[in-house]
Design a protein around this ligand. Sequence first.
Ligand code: FUC
Length: 887
Amino acid sequence: MLIRNVVTAGLLSALLAGGLLGSQASAVESNSGLTAESPIKTLRLWYDEPAPDSDLGWANSSIPMGNGYMGINVFGGTATERIQITENSLYDGPGERGMKRKGLNNFAEVYIDFDHNNSSDYTRELNLNDGVSRVKYEQDSVTYSRKYFTSYPDKVMVIRLDASKDGALSFTLRPTIPYLGEGKTGKVMAKGDTITLSGVLAYYNIQFEGQFKVIPVGGTMTASDQEGTVTVSDANSAMILIGVGTNYQFDPKVFLTPEPDAKLDGFPHPHAKVTGYLAEAATKSYEELLANHLSDYKTLLDRVSIDLGATVPTITTDELVDAYPDGDSSRYLEELAFQFGRYLLICSSRAGTLPPNLQGIWNVYARPPWASQYLHDTNVQMAYAPVFSANLPELFESYVGLFEAFEPRQRLYATQYIKQYNPSQLDPGGDNGWSGPFWASPYNVPGRSPIAGFGTGCWIAQMFWDYYDFTRDESLLADTVYPVMYEQANFVSRFVKDVDGVLLADPSSSPEQKKRDTVGTTFDQQMFYENHHNTLVAAKILGREDSRLDLFETQLPLLGPIQIGKSGQIKEFRQEEYYGEIGDPHHRHTSMLLGVYPGQLINDTTPAWLDAVKVSLTKRTNKSHIGWARAERIAFWARVHDGDEAYSFYQDLLGGNYLHNLFNDHRGGPLFQADANYGATAGVAEMLLQSQDHVVSPLPALPAAWSDGSYQGLLARGNFEVSANWSDRHADRLKVLCKTGGTLSLRYPNVADATIRTQDGGSVDFIVEGPDQVRIETTAGQTYVVTDIPASLPVAAPSNVTIDKDDAGNRIMLSWTGSADAASYNLYRAVGNAAGYELIASEIFGTEYGCAASDLNQIKQMTLKVNAVRADGRESSDGATTIYLRP
Ligand code: FUC
């Protein structure tokens, strides 16, 4: 299975011994950057006042935490603390349609009354280094401090309350059930040291329960059953443990049972489960609970570090966020937001618990935006976009749990849709694979929506393929991944229709565009292609052979995934000629480009398609201000190796969509949606490391703004863990830990002339595949270190190539603006939808050329490209392109 790092005993004891994480650690102490105890820069959000006690304060300022079992928002109040709890299965329905229909429901609002109304020296923070939130202030010459963490291994939230003076801690803990009366009933009772909050949400007949156990040191404790509160008086310190649950289970029955209130029939009441969580946790000391949390959390978080040269600022995080759009573009915020996306995924996507929905695992409402669904036409996939590249692969298990529960329902839909849309291909026995859902909730997959084509299923299968491809766990491939891909390809193979020799999706929609139910959108076709292709690769690895695989192989070249339009763009619709003729030309969804990201169909071996992607991206513009769309564009631009454009979208996102607590504002309200938080992390990871087409490419899209820096531990396909140090935008050192072994193709300018050694200085045999690419047959567990990489000066490209005259298809006269670096030029063409270019003329010494060819008058459309060639023979990586259309 996956290789897991563990927090070493030494590090843990250092952390516990009172340094960064010890009981005396506080918000004010930890702004110094690197600490003696931790080599990782201090990563923290901090504020000098509590979050306002309102919905706006929740979205904008409260501190998010979570362990998969629960999402937490901490407000940090002094008179009264407010802690809001989300549990992702507490779901209501159906309500009216639209943005504010019923959906995920707020589980609990928990108050701790302190009556501290004259506090001073207030700070609160979320420290990403340890996943602990802290509040600290003075009141009546006593320093009060609180620490909060949510533990995945112990399944509870832990709150520790301290006072600097013995006997000075008094409070009343007061959990409440929000939105009672709207189909929701329940009560809060207190007995001894425990408060129990329980009830029923009627629509799906969900039984829910939360328990709150108070463990004071010193003082007295009284429970009020009437009020459902526990009061602690004159204590020295206290610990509060919180556990929550419902009777929800990952079970196909939930999706196969049509009656909402019968879906959970037979599942046990959560009382025993939650009681068990608390009983177990209460046997451990605060220090033990913290140690368990740290060894889980730091194993995940510490795998990746990133340094873009930031120093830890002294201003609060809200000031940092507010200053960003005014040009004070803080490197620290850029580093912090990258790790914050990883943090949110650790909080919201844990094995055995529901995966993150549109709002992750944080919801204060009864009618959350878009009902906090799982939308599979971009949002779910974006939540998981960083899971592999940012080295958190085991977090995908959370989605696997949901998928396996709803897949049997999707198999029934598959049969229904093949019967409806392509009956001649129906297997009457029901062996029709599974069809792609568009939206889902923990209780429902409601079937096809014309808003998105069936490519959504292949997009899901692609996440599964990546799960294997990044981790190289063959038993995972055989048991979990391959069946998902194979059965998706089974559905697609029956669904596509032969239209003039091409196998097309019908009906087909490009997600969220107004033109719906058309035929063969690029979204569907390229998704179908990717899954057929990946399934065949997977079958080869597993040594599988059968007649259906033969069919996928026959179908693959007939799927026609990429069409080049008359503007030189990747067409979104088959009927489209010039860019933007159909649909919104600036639409937030850019679904025709999924083959370049997160797919791999368009890569460096398909340069003509890459050029077409640039055309489409440029024409799509930056007019969509939606958070996730900006995040996706970071990655698109990174994949076409334009680091500066990618960075400009990161800046737009941080400056335009990040709230004070770093939650992403989808746009409007604010309207919190977590996908862009995850997507930003994924986009930055793509700027720093890529591995599409199994070529490991460090620093493929480094912007000028990040001229010096380093990162450790990003993951590439092949289970290669990569680190890089660079200065002046040039790599000083690259390190690749080959966790599984196998062939490593490594691309970096001039890598063939670099020094490559093993970690301990041993020599390494490698094959030169070109000046910029080497191949190493690696040994599992070995680290390869690349140093002394000769600087490679990029060759400036020509620009503005134009067709001046077309001699009735016999000769085309071209001219362009020259490049100062050029000794000569090469001319290439890509005819029709070709993925690559053919060289048609070299050693062109001027900036004009007459291009003739015997087949010229048979060509309807082609892309012509001029590259500069320097005296040393190196060609410009970019070129000037134009489209030739036969008159
Ligand atoms: C998709 C997107 C919207 C929004 C919604 C929840 O439909 O197009 O921008 O993110 O999901």
